[in-house]
Design a protein around this ligand. Structure first.
Ligand code: GLN
Length: 490
């Protein structure tokens, strides 16, 4: 590759290590790329040029002293629902406009500890509610493969910058698919780790029992590198996993011979885009040819996962978003009484999708309906967990498409929330179960848009997840790049 901005983290690290390039040069390359692509994409909400330049200078000193880690000096972007000390954090909502956090979230501070370089904050659907990044109060992000199309969501900005080369990697958050689905639609790798493996401290909560931070990268190994930097117990998050972090690299070059791969009929549905189905089936055949033992499995409760999610996630959101009341953070719209001030602030500060979720969640939790809606959804969640557990008695990993379609057009689904919700039909089950899942690009559809392939594994099964994903990456040999990631575009 001719341009530094297109390198993988692992190759950039080698060049840094050998002194062939510097962190400042890597930063210049991604900023130059952003200078070309941002007017087309609007993937960044904030670019912190001064902060990034200082971080790059620090990284260069550290590398010169022989003290660099894998992420040292690597330019990375953060979804704007992660709090960053001294840098505005909006969650793409008007209600947080102008809010400058006084601290860093744990994933962010772990990256800073190794002197990774934070380039800026990326656009998302407001409070991470959506699948297209159209629900941002600060404008739509576009897909680098076709700017008439959405990048997916809610971490659409993060996926777009990685695909476009305006960051080497990005962090996203995945509550129902928001790392994996945009990664699939932008032709990059997206990982949702096991719930609890990455601290949620400083991730502005959407649905706390489902939220998980994960990396978006251009290769499977790069996802490992970023995960290694951010995973592990954190006293600031009571749900953070206390045990030892597994060896994510254990299976990276092991191949899939003898690996038991399950295909769930419920996640390969006839109403999905034909090219997505065909590419998925072709990859399953390739895995089988590479020695995997492919088995059909059934996850009968998964049919109800989407419905259960749209009760549990809004219920938790309605509680989490109660704190945005005009008293403590961001926007305040005055009123005659405190109550009126709060009501006005919330009515003006939240966008339509966020209001819809708060109403849905409040209703699902209200006395008299609690058991019929929220309680029932929790029971479905238990059934989904049991289905996965039963499947994993017979297989090591499960596979499916990541998203039922490739990138759709801007505006195509924005007036039809149910059609939009369906985007996450394959990704939501792993959030309900808490298990890890990854999306790997495997090909292009007839319109030249990327197709993502999802691998799922049992809790803390990241080593086998990466083992399968690395082989899928080799088999797919996906080398296509979006037009916007080439220096010819002006
Ligand atoms: N698209 C799903 C939703 O709108 C998932 C969002 C997410 O994972 N943050 O809720």
């Amino acid at each position: 590759m001719s341009d530094l901005a297109d390198l993988s983290i692992t190759s950039a690290h080698e060049l840094l290590d050998s002194g062939e390039t510097s962190s400042s040069e890597l930063l210049d390359a991604v900023l130059k790329r952003a200078g070309i692509t941002e007017s087309h994409l609007h993937a960044y909400l904030t670019i912190d040029k001064a902060g990034a330049a200082e971080a790059a200078a620090r990284a260069d000193e550290r590398i010169a002293a022989g003290d660099g880690a894998q992420m040292t000096g690597i330019p990375i972007a953060l979804k704007d629902n992660m709090v960053t000390k001294g840098v505005e954090t909006t969650c793409s909502s008007k209600i947080l406009s102008g809010w400058i956090p006084p601290y860093d979230g744990t994933a962010v501070s772990r990256l800073k500890e190794v002197d990774a370089v934070t380039v800026g904050k990326t656009n998302l659907d407001e409070f991470a509610m959506g699948s297209s990044t159209e629900n941002s109060a600060y404008g739509v992000t576009r897909n680098p493969w076709d700017t008439e199309r959405v990048p997916g969501g809610s971490s659409g900005g993060s996926a777009a910058v990685v695909a476009a080369g305006s960051a080497f990697a990005a962090l996203g958050s995945d509550t129902g698919g928001s790392v994996r689905q945009p990664a699939a639609l932008c032709g990059v790798v997206g990982l949702k780790p096991t719930y609890g493996l990455v601290s949620r401290y400083g991730l502005i909560a959407f649905a706390s029992s489902l939220d998980q931070i994960g990396p978006i990268t251009r290769s499977v190994e790069d996802a490992v590198v970023v995960l290694e930097a951010i995973a592990g117990h954190d006293v600031m998050d009571a749900t953070s996993y206390r045990g030892a972090v597994p060896d994510f690299r254990a299976g990276l070059s092991a191949g899939v011979a003898g690996l038991r791969v399950g295909v769930a009929a419920e996640l390969l549905r006839d109403d999905m885009q034909p090219e997505v189905l065909a590419a998925t089936r072709k990859m399953v055949d390739q895995l089988s040819d590479a020695g995997a033992a492919v088995r059909q499995v059934s996850l009968p409760s998964v049919e109800y996962a989407l419905s259960a999610y749209y009760l549990i996630a809004p219920a938790e959101a309605s509680a989490n978003l109660a704190r945005f009341d005009g008293v403590r953070y961001g926007l305040r719209v005055d009123g005659e009484t405190t109550e009126e001030m709060m009501a006005r602030t919330r009515a003006e500060g939240f966008g339509p999708e966020v209001i819809r979720r708060i109403l849905l969640g409040t209703y699902a939790l209200s006395a008299g309906y609690y058991d019929a809606f929220y309680g029932q959804a929790q029971r479905v969640r238990t059934l989904v967990r049991r289905d996965f557990a039963a499947a994993y008695e017979n297989v090591d990993v499960l596979v499916s498409p990541t998203s039922p379609t490739t990138a759709f057009s801007v505006g195509e689904k924005s007036t039809d929330p149910i059609a939009m919700y369906y985007s996450d039909v394959c990704t939501i089950p792993s959030n309900l179960s808490g298990d890890p899942a990854i999306s790997v690009p495997i090909g292009l559809d007839d319109a030249g848009l990327p197709i993502g392939f999802q691998v799922m594994a049992p809790s803390l099964g990241e080593p086998v997840l990466f083992q399968a994903a690395a082989e899928i990456e080799r088999l797919a040999d996906f080398t296509a790049r979006p037009r916007l990631a080439t220096s010819e575009v002006t």
